[in-house]
Design a protein around this ligand. Structure first.
Ligand code: NAI
Ligand SMILES: NCC(=O)COP(=O)(O)O
Length: 324
């Protein structure tokens, strides 16, 4: 049976999404990319390409199944009608793309970056794709974000929340859920038989035995002990400042972090171009570049497509494991 294509959302057209997918299509053979198509309003795409001078041929397709027929000649575009604003088009692209994955017409969802505040201002009530996709796919627990590059996988337990709210949001239940979800997906999505998971502390020196903060003693250690008793290879809490250097990275498969920047700074420092965002705990496969909309370079022709290309490669790898 033919493998279903990847569906790529339009993301925010004020950013670099259309530029990087155009470049990814142009480099499809070099990178041995699977068939993919772009889901967005064809007029938006035409306008973007004309105004930025990007010369990529594209062809409109009527359904995901047509993508394979045109992929060698042009970037397949499935046009989205029915949106009255850019924000509606961005959200509709994510929703329709998810539906194609749920129905099996697409093998995985690869999302282009969205400018979150622009969507919040129109009433979008989810912090980002991660939570929106959980809602669209009927997942009621917190969705789990993982950032991965070839050398490191990191998982923030709390995501898009103000830093001063993090301590109150941390609980043994939340950590148990995040670590169990990570353990399960590392196993069945990534084929890691018995994932080795480490957990960072929240405070300097992982709290120095309760002298520099008590979250490690009260919340993080009890969660780890529980998971160890159920047979998982989970260790910590470790001081976060010495968890990400080369030798430390070699000792685990994934690191659970307590908040967004603790996780993302490490990966974006190690491999900004090759980092990929993967949502765990969903019934569909979803990946994304690790970077944002990069509006400061919109239309300049200098956007690097590597992270999107890596997101496509990882989506295809996970889809092939799921099909085994
Ligand atoms: N998955 C998603 O939808 C994500 C969305 N965002 C959104 O993106 C917006 C901008 O976020 P920032 O923090 O400024 O991060 P950013 O990643 O958009 O930009 C940070 C810096 O990196 C550069 N950069 C990013 N990607 C690049 C690429 N492919 N090639 C060359 N240079 C690149 C930018 O030009 C900028 O100087 C925010 O509104 C945020 O919400 C941020 C991260 C992920
Ligand atoms: N900083 C990562 C990020 O913003 C991605 O969020 P999401 O839209 O994938 O939930």
């Amino acid at each position: 049976m033919a493998v279903a294509p990847l569906v790529v959302t339009i993301g925010d057209p004020n950013g670099i999404g259309i530029e990087i997918i155009s470049k990814a299509w142009m480099q499809r053979d070099l990178n041995n990319l699977p068939v993919f198509f772009l889901l967005g309003n064809v007029k938006t795409i035409e306008h973007y390409l004309k105004s930025t001078g990007i010369a990529v041929p594209f062809l409109e397709i009527a359904s995901p199944a047509d993508a394979a027929n045109v992929f060698s000649k042009a970037l397949p575009v499935l046009s989205l009608e029915g949106s009255n604003s850019v924000a509606e088009e961005i959200i509709l692209s994510i929703r329709r793309g998810t539906e194609y994955c749920l129905s099996g017409e697409a093998s995985a969802l690869v999302t282009n970056p969205i400018q979150k505040k622009r969507l919040y201002d129109t009433g979008f009530s989810f912090p980002g794709h991660t939570e929106y996709l959980a809602s669209l796919t009927g997942v009621t627990d917190q969705a789990v974000m993982m950032l991965a590059c070839r050398e490191l996988k990191v998982i923030p337990a709390t995501i898009h929340v103000p830093l001063n709210k993090v301590p109150a949001l941390l609980s043994a239940d939340l950590l148990t859920h995040v670590i169990s979800t990570a353990h399960r997906d590392l196993n069945y999505r990534f084929g890691i038989a018995n994932p080795r998971i480490v957990v960072a502390g929240l405070n300097p020196h992982a709290g120095e035995d309760g002298s520099i903060g008590t979250e490690e003693v009260d919340i993080i250690s009890p969660a780890i002990k529980n998971l160890q008793q159920s047979g998982m290879d989970v260790k910590g809490p470790f001081p976060a400042d010495s968890l990400f250097h080369k030798a430390a990275r070699g000792k685990y498969d994934a690191a659970i972090c307590m908040y967004h920047d603790q996780a993302l700074i490490s990966i974006k420092t190690i491999d900004f171009d090759g980092g990929v965002n993967i949502t765990l705990g969903l019934p569909i496969i979803r990946t994304s570049p690790d970077h944002g909309t990069a509006e400061d370079i919109h239309g300049k022709g200098i956007a690097n497509p590597t992270s999107l290309i890596e997101a496509m490669k990882i989506a295809a790898e996970i889809a092939s494991i799921a099909n085994d």
